[in-house]
Design a protein around this ligand. Structure first.
Ligand SMILES: [Zn+2]
Length: 512
């Protein structure tokens, strides 16, 4: 193989970095793993060009996303959501990243942006959903339905990062043949800057990366073997970069995005990753708090509290010696924040129970963290398989608090399965959980009732305090509450706010 000036320069830079590259080997008939990785770097534009990438913005993306955790029944096949207007920005120089996309799933549409950014060198998360105020949280509070579970993956799994790491860390030994995405390809083992190990695969003709296999820890799926399949390489500012990225996790489709454009070191990337001036005070709060997501506790009735978050709320029930939380929603950061707020307001009272109302991932994203605080997770039989997966699959890369405490042999909460109805009571206080069946949103669906305060909690079925019309879901809720003969006065929403029960009755009566 004749070496061009860029290839020559790449070899020199990799060699002078103290890497002892066996320069000749990549040109022989049995190249070493490192030689193949170095060839890939050359094919992508050379080490100098790749190291010169500070920001990369992939744009005009469209494709699909799976594993949203939004099925009606736990046993239903996973659906496929459509992604459009996908923009993915990374700042390799400063460790910042953003996902921006429109998602459409079974009639649900949302334009979302999740940004992992920094202030004074400290990481912070911004969630920007069309029609809602900007929310500020710790990085662990970022929740995404884009091509990834969180924008942080964009940094660790980027092709430039992986290619450069492989070119300096793959062994100086003959490359192995391994299966990848239905083909047998030459493979190299690489150590990523994060310390993780990746198996990197090479295209025989173009010498570019065909993709890589790594261990991803998803917030809900836990540890999964993930394949990143790269294709549609195109020239971008002196580089050659993949414009189609297909991700499979745990042997199943996860996301696939075809981008129409890419830009390198474009000043516009800074705007995507910037913190709006109006968010500065919230950013300072989020950084100071550590694991953080905005939450506020207000009293609904004696011993019943509404935990209002910016998107997914919970209800807290106070017993003489402990607390119960209905719905550990959205993210681990939200559960950490709720636990701190409860310790402040009810010092010494542990969160003994956390009830799951349904298996949807946006309403169960905080269960692992509440289990790490020792809460028993109350799960209806119909949600058991999904919740066992979430709570019992190892989460090691990196380890979350539940994984860490389990490994250390510390006491953590576990699942308690009930069927149809469960009552938690102490003294004169009680919390009743009922599984209602046949709701179009999810089946079964657990609703929670506190008889002392005549308070009902439900999520996703009716949005109290918002003036929202009644959907077929809400009609089913009202029928179910009447069938159960619950004397509800106040309706607390997993979305929306708190309202009189008459609001639901009126909305249902007003349906055309
Ligand atoms: Zn739901």
């Amino acid at each position: 193989m004749a070496m061009g000036p860029r290839a020559q320069r790449t070899r020199e830079m990799l060699a002078t970095a103290g890497l002892a590259a066996v320069l000749a080997s990549a040109c022989s008939s049995a190249p070493t793993a490192r030689g193949l990785a170095q060839d890939a770097v050359i094919a992508m534009g050379g080490v100098e060009q790749l190291r010169g990438v500070q920001t990369l913005v992939m744009s005009g993306g469209s494709g699909t996303r799976n594993r949203l955790g939004q099925t009606v029944r736990v046993s239903d096949p996973d659906g496929t959501a459509q992604l459009s207007n996908v923009i993915e920005a990374i700042d390799l120089a400063n460790g910042r990243a953003a996902l921006d996309y429109q998602i459409e799933n079974a009639g649900f549409m949302q334009h979302r942006q999740e940004v992992l950014t920094k202030k004074d060198g400290k990481l912070v998360g911004l969630e920007n959903v069309a029609g809602r105020p900007l929310a500020v949280m710790s990085p662990s509070g970022l929740f995404s339905w884009g091509s990834q579970n969180s924008p942080e993956f964009l940094l660790r799994r980027n092709v430039i990062v992986v290619a450069l790491a492989a070119a300096t860390s793959a062994p100086e030994q003959p490359a192995q043949d391994k299966p990848f995405n239905g083909r047998t390809l030459r493979a190299a083992t690489a150590t990523l800057p994060s310390g993780e190990t990746a198996t990197v695969f090479f295209e025989p003709e173009s010498k570019l990366l065909a993709g890589y296999e790594v261990l991803d820890t998803e917030s809900m799926l836990g540890d999964v073997t993930a394949q990143y399949i790269l294709s549609d390489y195109k020239p971008v500012a002196g580089l050659t970069l993949p414009h189609k990225i297909t991700i499979r996790k745990g042997g199943q489709p996860y996301s696939e995005v075809q981008f129409s454009a890419a830009s390198v070191n474009d000043p516009a990337a800074q705007d995507i990753l910037a913190i709006p001036a109006s968010a500065n005070a919230d950013v300072d709060t989020a950084i100071a708090e550590g694991e953080y997501s905005p939450i506020a506790l207000t009293k609904v009735a004696d011993g019943v509290y509404f935990a209002r978050a910016y998107s997914h709320n919970s209800m807290v029930v106070e017993f003489p010696t402990f607390l119960a939380v209905v719905e550990a929603a959205y993210t681990d950061a939200q559960s950490h924040t709720l636990a701190r707020a409860l310790e402040l307001q009810f010092p010494g009272k542990p969160i003994r129970y956390a009830a799951v109302t349904h298996h949807h991932y946006d309403h169960t994203g905080g269960v692992r963290t509440l289990a790490s605080y020792g809460a028993t997770i109350l799960v209806e039989r119909g949600h058991e398989p999904e919740m066992r997966m979430v709570l019992e699959t190892p989460h090691t890369n990196p380890a979350d608090p539940l994984e860490t405490k389990r490994k250390a042999g510390q006491a953590v909460g576990s699942i308690e399965v009930f069927e149809g109805k469960k009552v938690v009571s102490e003294g004169s206080q009680s919390l009743e959980l009922y599984a209602i069946t046949g709701n179009p949103h999810v089946d079964p669906k657990v609703i929670a009732y506190v008889p002392t305060g005549r308070v009902l909690f439900q999520s996703d079925i009716f949005f109290p305090g918002t003036g929202a019309p009644a959907s077929p879901d809400a009609v089913h809720l009202l029928t179910s509450v009447r069938d159960l003969k619950l004397r509800v006065a106040t309706n607390v929403g997993g979305h929306g706010g708190v309202g009189p029960f008459a609001e639901l009755e009126k909305a249902v009566a007003g349906r055309k």
